[in-house]
Design a protein around this ligand. Structure first.
Ligand code: HEC
Ligand code: HEC
Length: 260
């Protein structure tokens, strides 16, 4: 039952460790989202001064995201906070909708996206998709060579005997994803990756049907997930991190969140 525990760890461990960051976040959220509520009556003089000072640029709007995702969406050294930058805009938009509407669960994100309109989320997604900060160096590998080998085999070839498709068949030969809605899987921490695969197996992360990733994750056991996460986290940054063109890969399963 390890993946279930991992998933719970995100809620508890991540939560507690980041209380201080969250306080900073709520302060800046006041400025960031203030721009959006600008037509509501400005009751306190202090509030209205703050609103006037806050520039309505995208950088200002996403300031509250930086504590957890980095100023340009590059990620932080927290094991559960993912890199956002350079992922296809359609993918990021789908995730923002999923957090807002409860298909993905992480209380701080569910809370802060609640009530934000689609068009606003779309702009945020476009902003992070267009950012290209450098990738962090891969973390030191903590698993045995044979575990890393199993990860490499599953990612690049899959396992036909268990009908596990190769991850590269949808995420791209160099794992940079495919436009408009399949993410790259590089620059992410092993703990984040295994938590996501565990969440799909146990149904706490889902997306529009047919949910191909739920189908894939349910074919994987704990050992596979540890191996895949360790292998992906060990890969260096790709030379060209741009997602491949829409429709350029022949996907082995249909995915409801992908509209080519
Ligand atoms: C308190 C920390 C925190 C803050 C603040 C925060 N996030 Fe997140 N975000 C997370 C965590 C943790 C996850 C992964 C949750 C999970 O396990 O599903 C996440 C996931 C995401 C994802 C999905 C990434 C992926 O690759 O699937 C997107 C997109 C995202 N956040 C955008 C934002 C935006 C935009 C903001 C600001 C408006 C924001 N986040 C603020 C912690 C945070
Ligand atoms: C049939 C196509 C397909 C295959 C095969 C596939 N994926 Fe995915 N994957 C997707 C799609 C589509 C998404 C986006 C789902 C969503 O919108 O939430 C995704 C998302 C993910 C994510 C979430 C990334 C993040 O930033 O949160 C992970 C992790 C992942 N896939 C891992 C894998 C692994 C590991 C394999 C191989 C065992 C694999 N995928 C095989 C289509 C696929």
């Amino acid at each position: 039952m390890r993946p279930a525990n991992r998933t719970r760890q995100i809620d508890n461990g991540g939560y507690v460790r980041n209380v201080a960051k969250l306080c900073a976040f709520f302060l800046s959220a006041f400025f960031s989202f203030g721009a959006f509520a600008a037509d509501s009556p400005k009751e306190s003089p202090a509030g209205s001064a703050a609103l006037e000072r806050a520039p309505d640029t995208m950088q200002a709007r996403v300031m509250g995201c930086a504590a957890c995702h980095g100023a340009h969406g590059e990620g932080t050294d927290n094991d559960y906070f993912p890199r956002l930058s350079g992922k296809p805009a359609g993918y990021l938009y789908n995730q923002l909708l999923a957090f807002r509407d409860g298909r993905r669960k992480y209380p701080p994100m569910n809370y802060l996206l609640a009530y934000l309109p689609d068009a606003y989320l779309k702009q945020i997604a476009d902003y992070f998709a267009g950012e290209r900060p450098p990738f962090p160096p891969p973390a030191p590998v903590k698993v045995e060579a044979k575990t890393l080998d199993l990860g490499k085999t599953l990612v690049t070839k899959g396992d036909a005997s268990r009908r596990v498709p190769a991850c590269v068949s949808c995420h791209g030969a160099s794992m940079t994803g495919m436009e408009p809605a399949i993410p790259g899987l590089l620059g992410l921490h092993a703990d984040y990756l295994s938590a996501q695969l565990g969440a799909w197996r146990y149904g706490t992360r889902s997306t529009v049907a047919p949910d191909c990733m739920a189908q894939v994750a349910k074919l994987l056991n704990d050992r596979d997930i540890t191996a895949i996460a360790a292998y992906l986290a060990s890969l260096p940054a790709p030379a060209d991190p741009v997602p491949v063109a829409a429709g350029s890969l022949k996907m082995p399963l249909a995915c409801g969140s992908v509209h080519n």
